[in-house]
Design a protein around this ligand. Sequence first.
Ligand code: HEC
Length: 110
Amino acid sequence: MQAKQIKSALLMGALVHFYALTGISHAQSADATKLYHRGLAATCANCHGTDGKGVVDGGMPLINQLSSEQMLTQLKAFKSGAREGTIMPQLAKGYSDEQLEIIANQLGKK
Ligand code: HEC
């Protein structure tokens, strides 16, 4: 194969991939959204436990007793500096308000 042919073969391959990726059905994009939400919430698991179910007396505040609304209030307070802390003020600043909302909805007590 000549270089030109190889190039167009590569381009075809890339296009096929492109169409495969953009052809996601609604069901799959709903799954992707769910995955994104769970992924955001999982960033809290190192310290607060999986799904916010921490270890009692583990040295980290338990957040699984907070409602989504209470959690969001605390996260926004950390972000704005209204509430002080060792870790959370810096951490909360790393998320957009929309992301904090998603996380609070995901982890807050149902
Ligand atoms: C590196 C460890 C660490 C990570 C990661 C972490 N936290 Fe925290 N969290 C803490 C500590 C420590 C506190 C106590 C306040 C402080 O010192 O910052 C706290 C406090 C909190 C509180 C207040 C609890 C209360 O009783 O008022 C909430 C809510 C909270 N974290 C939610 C989260 C969420 C949501 C995430 C993920 C976006 C997260 N934390 C990630 C360590 C962590």
